[in-house]
Structure formats: structure tokens, C-alpha cells
Design a protein around this ligand. Structure first.
Ligand code: VGL
Ligand code: ZN
Length: 197
């Protein structure tokens, strides 16, 4: 059994003052840094969109936080966020990035959003993370970061479906909680066999 800590999207745009700020998104940073010491492997994910990404409301002349229909299914339209190379896409300045063995970027495909660290939102295009974990012999994943109801949720459910043992440390996540999304995410994770602590 080899464990890895997966730190999801602890980036400026998801913290207070950012473009898609998650309430208290920054509060979890010291706890995440402290937890890194307990793990033989630490992996960070980074939401990393090109300007004009298809998940941005501005791309569709729509209001942020409304829904649209993509070829792969329903998609929330977000404010512009985590644009490649921007300050907002950088990790929170207090996050200990030096401990990371791997930084995996996602959402770079202009036509498909990617909440999950494993698959884009079409649920078929892989990011490569599964192969990385398997070739390192990693079987157990502890997940923390932002946001509980989107990127943490999708990553946790995909990892469980792939056969990893997954625990989400809810005290080290924070949620967007849009339209009941947190309740639905908790239920979906539980059904998938994710342990919430
Ligand atoms: C996320 C919405 C859009 C997240 C990323 O990290 O949870 N949410 N892009
Ligand atoms: Zn995004």
C-alpha cells in the first residue's frame, strides 16, 4: 500500500480575491502544508485554461454561473479563471509547492472542461495521471483542495472508479456550493465508495 496526497487546484483564482473565489479557500493552506510531511508522494493539480476557453461564460456572451449544453453534456459557465500564465492561475503564495513530485495541469483543451485530475469532462480523454500513479505503485489517495463540489468531487469519484482507495479530508477542502452542488457531490462520492473524513 503506497499513499499519495493529491492537492487539487489551490490557486489564487479559487481563493478570496480571485476570479472564482471559493469562500475560505485560503484557510486550508497551512493544514495542507503540514499534511505533506506525512506522505511519500505529493501531487498538485493546476487548473490551466487558454483564454477564450469553452467553459467561460464570456466565450458564449452568457452570464457566469448559468448552464449550457456541450457535446459531452451539461456544463456550468464560469467567470474567466486560471488563464495560462496569469497570476490567478498561480498556486496560492503560501502553498508549499517544493514538496510536489508532480504538477498535473488540466483544462488546457479549449473545447472540453476538466474538473477531474484523471479525465476531461467528456469522461474519456485521460490526463495521464492514472498511468503515473500506477507505475509508481500508488494505491491509496488522500485528496484535499478546491473546490469540494467540483474538482475534488470529480477527481475522487474517477479515482474510486479506477480502483484507487480514496479519502477526502473535508476539513482541508472548501466548496463553491452552487445550486445544491455540495450536497450532490457528497452523496455522489459516498456512492462511489469515497471515504469522507
Ligand atoms: C474548478 C470550476 C471550474 C475547481 C475549476 O477547481 O473546482 N471549478 N474550474
Ligand atoms: Zn476551471
Amino acid at each position: 500500500m503506497t499513499q499519495a496526497l493529491l492537492v487539487i487546484d489551490v490557486q489564487n483564482d479559487f481563493c478570496p480575491g480571485g476570479a472564482l473565489a471559493v469562500p475560505e479557500g485560503d484557510v486550508i493552506v497551512p493544514g495542507i502544508n503540514a499534511l505533506m510531511a506525512d506522505f511519500p508522494a505529493v501531487i498538485l493539480t493546476q487548473d490551466w485554461h487558454p483564454a477564450g476557453h469553452s467553459s467561460f461564460a464570456s466565450t458564449h456572451n452568457a452570464e457566469p454561473m448559468t448552464m449550457t449544453e456541450m457535446p459531452y453534456g451539461p456544463q456550468v459557465l464560469w467567470p474567466d479563471h486560471c488563464i495560462q500564465g496569469s497570476i490567478g492561475a498561480q498556486f496560492h503564495p503560501d502553498l508549499t509547492v517544493d514538496r510536489a513530485d508532480l504538477i498535473i495541469r488540466k483544462g488546457y483543451n479549449p473545447a472540453i472542461d476538466s474538473y477531474s485530475a484523471f479525465f476531461e469532462n467528456d469522461h474519456t480523454t485521460p490526463t495521464g495521471l492514472e498511468g503515473y500513479l500506477r507505475t509508481r505503485g500508488i494505491t491509496n489517495l488522500i485528496m484535499v483542495g478546491l473546490a469540494t463540489d467540483f474538482c475534488v468531487n470529480f477527481s475522487a469519484v474517477d479515482a474510486a472508479k479506477l480502483g484507487f482507495k480514496v479519502t477526502v479530508r473535508e476539513d482541508l477542502t472548501r466548496a463553491i456550493d452552487f445550486d445544491g452542488s455540495l450536497t450532490a457531490a457528497r452523496e455522489g462520492m459516498r456512492v462511489a465508495g469515497v471515504v469522507l473524513t
